[in-house]
Design a protein around this ligand. Structure first.
Ligand code: ADE
Length: 253
């Protein structure tokens, strides 16, 4: 997959692609991240990319022309067409479903804003989609682009090793992940749940599913509204709730 990023801070974005799973995906050629600086497509000695806000007010707004020329150059770099995605807090919230959808495309173009944002007319004419990574404001779209690149990059075929699996991630089936443990099995902070040491694979799978359901119910009940639980899942969740009630005071839940 190829991801083109239009940004005033190309080194920042490139740095984010150099480590761990994403670093290896780039090394292996599963993911190609290209950066484009609108300043290289700006005119005049100052290579100006922003100007004051029409109507007054603080801050600066990114100019249409440097971005328009940059996007034209990006599109021409390869034959593959690609959606242009603008990262901004006004966008639709990025979800794992959206990540999966984007990960299936051969190419996407990401546009990062700085300052107060980008002239609305550029967005109206050049943007296919606007995405937000959450309800908070960052000082630019670069970190949001890095988040998207990471989430999409790790979904590429072969990016995760044999021992890792995107299918087991939180959200992969609309639920949160179950807890994980490693050695030592006994520790002053507590013991590893006995079932995980039993060697009974069916019992372990059942326990993990119950924890996954239970954690989602406790921490993100909103997610349960969007999944259909079969009879077995419903039984597991009821069992979790019973055990949870036994372990906590009434007021907790
Ligand atoms: N740019 C600034 N804040 C952002 C956010 N929350 N998501 C995506 N892009 C952003």
């Amino acid at each position: 997959m190829r991801i083109d990023v239009v940004t005033l801070f190309p080194e920042f974005v490139q740095q984010c692609t150099g480590f761990g799973v994403i670093g290896r995906a780039v090394e292996r050629g599963l993911l190609d991240v290209a950066t484009w600086n609108p300043r290289d497509h700006a005119e005049g000695g100052y290579r100006r990319v922003d100007d004051t806000v029409c109507g007054g007010g603080p801050g600066m707004v990114m100019l249409i022309e440097p971005l328009r020329h940059t996007l034209a150059a990006v599109r021409q770099a390869t034959e593959q067409s690609a959606p242009v995605i603008y990262l901004s807090p006004q966008g639709r919230r990025l979800t794992q479903d959206k990540v999966r959808e984007l990960a299936g495309l051969p190419r996407v173009i990401l546009l990062c804003g700085r300052y107060e944002g980008i002239d609305e007319r550029l967005l109206e004419h050049e943007i296919d989609e606007e995405l937000s990574i959450g309800d908070y404001v960052l000082s630019g779209g670069e970190l949001a682009a890095a988040v998207l690149i990471d989430a999409v990059g790790r979904m590429q075929e072969g990016a995760l090793g044999d021992t890792q699996s995107a299918a087991q991630d939180s959200f992969s089936d609309g639920l949160l992940d179950c807890p994980h443990y490693t050695r030592p099995v006994s520790h002053e902070f507590g013991d590893v749940p006995a079932v995980l040491l039993s060697g009974d694979h069916a019992a372990i799978a059942r326990w993990r599913r119950m924890q996954s359901l239970g954690r989602t119910w406790l921490r993100r009940p909103d997610l349960l509204e969007n999944v259909t639980l079969d009879a077995q899942d419903q039984r597991l969740l009821e069992e979790f709730k019973r055990e949870h009630k036994g372990n906590t005071h009434e007021q907790d839940h």
